[in-house]
Design a protein around this ligand. Structure first.
Ligand code: ZN
Ligand code: ZN
Length: 415
């Protein structure tokens, strides 16, 4: 589920409605484009309907942590995944609801700004605990598989903080969204102990989207993590509050109107098992083909989707492209016209390596128990755009014939 967020335009102050994944913000009023950079957790607040006699400075805000993402796990001879979207209390107070339930999806949330003047209750539960609880869901999910866990990975997850507004009226604590009483007792003074006001470093930064190399305007889709310069044909990611150049290529095509999907092309070496060349990969995953000298000469390269898509499709694309990589030629440096946004950062793609490796194995019973010993070292990364034919319902990759349903790809932008 996607959150609807209200944010003020950093240039003209107009109210802009965003979706949770948006990074490149183009203001519909002043048309200025900014790239949003977050530090730490993004913090949101639910809209409140507190009665008029409750002053804004008397409001309290209780933190809830939201985990949204996919958890992949290998157990016995199975690779499973679970799509998790959960909101849990960020502090242990029995009077408060344990979860926000569907509320964050049912109503627009606002980014917390200095205009929220109340008292913020401290988050006492660590983000790590929320991750562990989310992981616990996979344990429950897999209870009927009586075999050891070999691997677990969080891929493409986001963690954010959503504040539930509260107030005290006549000694009773109220949920300010529903105006329902939560419990009696506790004065405002006791409740105020340990609270703090808005912190400046919670606010996202905004970067002007100008190419650091040539000064032209950078472009991208609203949810793209990578921006492109069509003037000097360069690709940029945000790092430490600035844009940093990344290595990229696009596989050339003779066809017009192709749609390009981004993949993280990673040259890796494994530690723990003998996995150095493409031949080793074919052998380790038991592929039914005769290993040729050319396989032994080829470095081990993984192709990991650079976009969010549901787990079954993610694994299938990663596996099939990695297996058919010989068909894909070297990429060039001409920025393609029609591109799908990069919504999965490189760091997440690295975390997906083991799952894609496991997914490629034909004999999972044999390979999966080895996973705890396998560690991939990434030697080189390149963002590579591959051309796909637009067949109406599907996109079909030109060199390998691999296809993906367009509806599945579009749905992935909401994950
Ligand atoms: Zn504006
Ligand atoms: Zn440029």
């Amino acid at each position: 589920m996607d959150l609807t967020i209200h944010q003020n335009c950093p240039s003209c102050g107009a109210d802009i409605v965003l979706s949770e994944a948006d990074r490149l913000i183009r203001c519909p009023y002043c048309e200025v484009q900014n790239f949003m950079v977050t530090r730490g957790l993004l913090r949101f607040v639910l809209p409140h309907k507190a009665p008029d006699h409750i002053l804004p400075e008397d409001m309290f805000y209780a933190p809830y942590l939201r985990f949204k993402g996919n958890i992949y796990y290998c157990k016995g001879k199975f690779i499973k995944y679970k799509v998790v979207d959960t909101t849990q209390q960020g502090m242990l107070v029995s009077a408060l609801p344990p979860s926000l339930g569907l509320r964050p999806q049912a109503m627009p949330v606002t980014l917390v700004t200095e205009e929220v003047v109340g008292h913020f209750l401290p988050q006492t539960i660590k983000a790590k605990t929320v991750l562990e609880r989310a992981a616990q869901l996979t344990v429950i999910d897999s209870e009927n598989i009586k075999a050891p866990f070999y691997h677990r990975a969080y891929i493409g997850e986001t963690l954010s903080c959503i504040y539930l507004p509260l107030y005290i009226d006549n000694g009773t604590l109220y949920d300010a969204v529903t105006n329902k009483a939560l419990g009696r007792g506790g004065s405002e003074d006791t409740m105020r102990t340990g609270t703090f006001s808005y912190k400046e470093n919670w606010a996202p930064h905004f970067l002007a989207t100008v190419c650091p190399h040539c000064g032209d305007l950078l472009s991208g889709k609203r949810d793209s993590l990578i921006l492109s310069c069509y003037n000097c044909h360069s690709s940029w990611k945000e790092q430490k509050g600035g844009f940093q150049k990344i290595q990229w290529s696009a596989v050339a095509t003779d066809y017009k109107g192709m749609y390009h999907l981004p993949f993280w092309k990673m040259t890796v070496r494994a530690v723990g098992v003998a996995l150095e060349t493409f031949a080793d990969f074919l052998r380790a995953t038991n592929q039914p083909l005769v290993i040729q000298p050319r396989h032994r000469e080829r470095q081990l390269i993984f192709w990991i989707p650079g976009f969010k898509v549901r787990p079954s499709t993610f694994l299938r694309l990663g596996k099939n492209l990695t297996l058919r990589q010989e068909k894909i030629g070297e990429g060039g440096q001409e920025m393609p016209e029609h591109m799908h946004p990069v919504t999965l950062p490189r760091k997440e793609a690295v975390q997906a390596l083991k799952s894609v490796f496991a997914g490629a194995a034909l004999n999972k019973q044999k390979l999966l128990p080895q996973l705890p010993e396998v560690h991939f070292k990434v030697l080189e990364t390149e963002l590579c755009y591959l051309p796909f034919f637009d067949k109406g319902y599907d996109f079909v990759q030109e060199q390998t014939g691999i296809s993906i349903a367009q509806s599945v790809l579009n749905f992935g932008r909401k994950l």
